[in-house]
Design a protein around this ligand. Structure first.
Ligand SMILES: Cc1cc2nc3c(=O)[nH]c(=O)nc-3n(C[C@H](O)[C@H](O)[C@H](O)COP(=O)(O)OP(=O)(O)OC[C@H]3O[C@@H](n4cnc5c(N)ncnc54)[C@H](O)[C@@H]3O)c2cc1C
Length: 313
């Protein structure tokens, strides 16, 4: 719907104002943020991982951070992710790691970013772990897929995978290339504000593209991570999977921490593999803004905590 799209663009635009970011980060929003983020420290995140695993859910852990503007911060992020991987291995051998290339320096120095990725993938190889490269806004889609293909050739689908967004017009062609590589692909609708020159403006087109892309991926060699909370899409895809007799070990569902938890548990109960994207860290603001923009009701949830309590009469 048009108002939903406008709302999302407005929220993402306003959320980028530096003074608002600064103000929000100092508003003591801990309780509100905790709905979507598993804590600010690795210790808190590992507690959340243990709880999710106890509930039969698998995990992909993300140390929040993106759009890094200096090399030292990118190196530090790489170091922290490496430490996170080593701690994670000790409590959960099948947990994945999600990362953003701009956190590792893609915008400022692509060579440094590649070097950081090699470091992390060597750790993944030693530990038997898997790293998924998240997809960011369309200004870095080409670079992300190029670096992914290069790394995929060296480390293979056991250790590295990538994400595609159904709202981008280019995605069917990208998916064809990824299928030929036998890449592990997570498919999402897309969380950024994109112009109509590169992405479908209408939600119904994004949803239809999503369905078609997942069907195509499921019929290829690619392992498919179906990342959505859309109940209708999930029901239609489960029907397609049954009709085509697709093995349950060819795919998994993925959802975000704190969203549609009833559906997460329902799918586990029905015997599907489901993995929860679990973010943590102090750089929660951009991630949090995207979650607010996806659902206007979340804005009221935040406002209720920001506004002073009304006097009761
Ligand atoms: C595991 C995972 C990884 C992701 N990785 C990326 C990535 O790398 N790059 C990228 O661009 N995007 C990523 N996304 C975000 C994705 O692009 C969508 O923005 C997000 O998933 C919302 O779309 P939806 O598919 O759930 O469908 P929608 O049609 O947007 O939502 C369907 C229903 O889900 C619920 N819902 C959706 N969002 C929220 C929310 N924020 N709060 C509460 N309820 C909500 C609502 O009930 C809604 O009606 C990821 C999503 C998941 C689940």
């Amino acid at each position: 719907m048009k108002w939903e799209r406008n709302m999302r663009e407005t929220v993402l635009h306003v959320a980028a104002w530096p003074w608002l970011k600064h103000w929000m980060e100092h508003q003591g929003l801990k309780y509100v943020v905790r709905r979507f983020v598993a804590g600010t420290t690795l210790t808190e995140a590992l507690v959340a991982v243990k709880q999710l695993r106890a509930d039969g859910l698998m995990v992909t852990l993300d140390l929040l951070g993106e759009s890094v503007e200096d090399e030292e911060t990118a190196r530090l992020a790489c170091h922290s992710i490496e430490a996170m991987m080593n701690h994670l291995r000790q409590i959960s051998s099948d947990s994945h790691i999600s990362i953003k290339l701009t956190q590792l320096g893609l915008i400022i120095n692509p060579a440094l970013c590649e070097q950081n990725m090699h470091k992390l993938l060597e750790t993944a190889r030693t530990n038997g772990q898997f790293i998924r490269i998240d997809m960011e806004d369309s200004s870095v889609t080409g670079q992300t897929l190029e670096l992914f293909s290069k790394l995929h050739m060296i480390y293979g689908p056991k250790h590295i995978g990538v994400v595609v967004q159904s709202y981008l017009y280019r995605t069917p062609a990208d998916v064809e290339t990824l299928q030929q590589l036998g890449a592990s692909v997570r498919i999402v609708k897309g969380a950024y504000s994109e112009p109509p020159e590169v992405a479908y403006p209408e939600k119904c087109d994004v949803d239809l593209a999503y369905f078609n892309l997942v069907c195509s991926l499921l019929q290829s060699e690619s392992y498919t991570a179906i990342a959505t909370h859309d109940r209708i899409l999930i029901a239609n895809l489960i029907r397609f999977i049954a009709e085509q007799d697709i093995d349950r070990d060819r795919f998994e569902f993925q959802m975000l921490y704190g969203i549609a938890t009833d559906l997460q548990h329902q799918l586990v109960h029905e015997g599907y593999r489901i993995r929860i994207y679990t973010p943590f860290g102090t750089h929660w603001y951009p991630y949090f803004s995207r979650r607010l923009a996806e659902r206007p009701a979340n804005l009221w949830f935040v406002l209720r905590h920001l506004l002073p309590p009304m006097n009761k009469f």
